[in-house]
Design a protein around this ligand. Structure first.
Ligand code: SF4
Length: 134
């Protein structure tokens, strides 16, 4: 099934604030992807603002609109994604064996021994490599 145009735009600009269904192989959000996506959107907004600045700067609303776009399309989705990321990490830390293991890196939800993402209750090592947090 093909994605809708709206869905394609949302994915193109990394505006999705909840992971798509069936996305289980890797964490949909990491701090790096959130920051990179926010910078990408803010750069694009700033570029468009400079491009159309000569035409609209005398209108009185131009920079208000640019500021609102920077907040609404640039920063706010990143804030929602970061909250979602933190919630996912909290759930993993509280509900999984990996969450209590010293090899679990919550920053990118990665097992540092196997170099794989932890995305479910099932530890990728099967519990064989588990070591307690110190
Ligand atoms: S070593 Fe095992 S228990 Fe520890 S983080 Fe990796 S997969 Fe999870």
């Amino acid at each position: 099934m093909s994605k809708s145009t709206l869905s394609e735009i949302v994915d193109l600009f990394l505006l999705r604030v909840t992971p798509p269904e069936g996305e289980t192989e890797r964490p949909y959000y990491t701090t790096g992807s959130i920051v990179a996506a926010a910078l990408f959107r803010l750069t694009l907004i700033l570029f468009l603002a400079m491009l159309f600045n000569d035409q609209y700067r005398g209108t009185g609303w131009w920079w208000t609109a640019v500021t609102l776009a920077a907040w609404g399309l640039g920063a706010y989705p990143a804030w929602l994604q970061y909250r979602r990321f933190n919630e996912d990490v909290r759930v993993l830390q509280e509900n999984t064996l990996c969450g209590s293991c010293r090899h679990f890196n919550p920053t990118n939800q990665l097992c540092t021994v196997l170099d794989v993402h932890v995305t479910s209750n099932e530890p990728p090592c099967g519990g064989d490599e588990w070591e307690p947090l110190q």
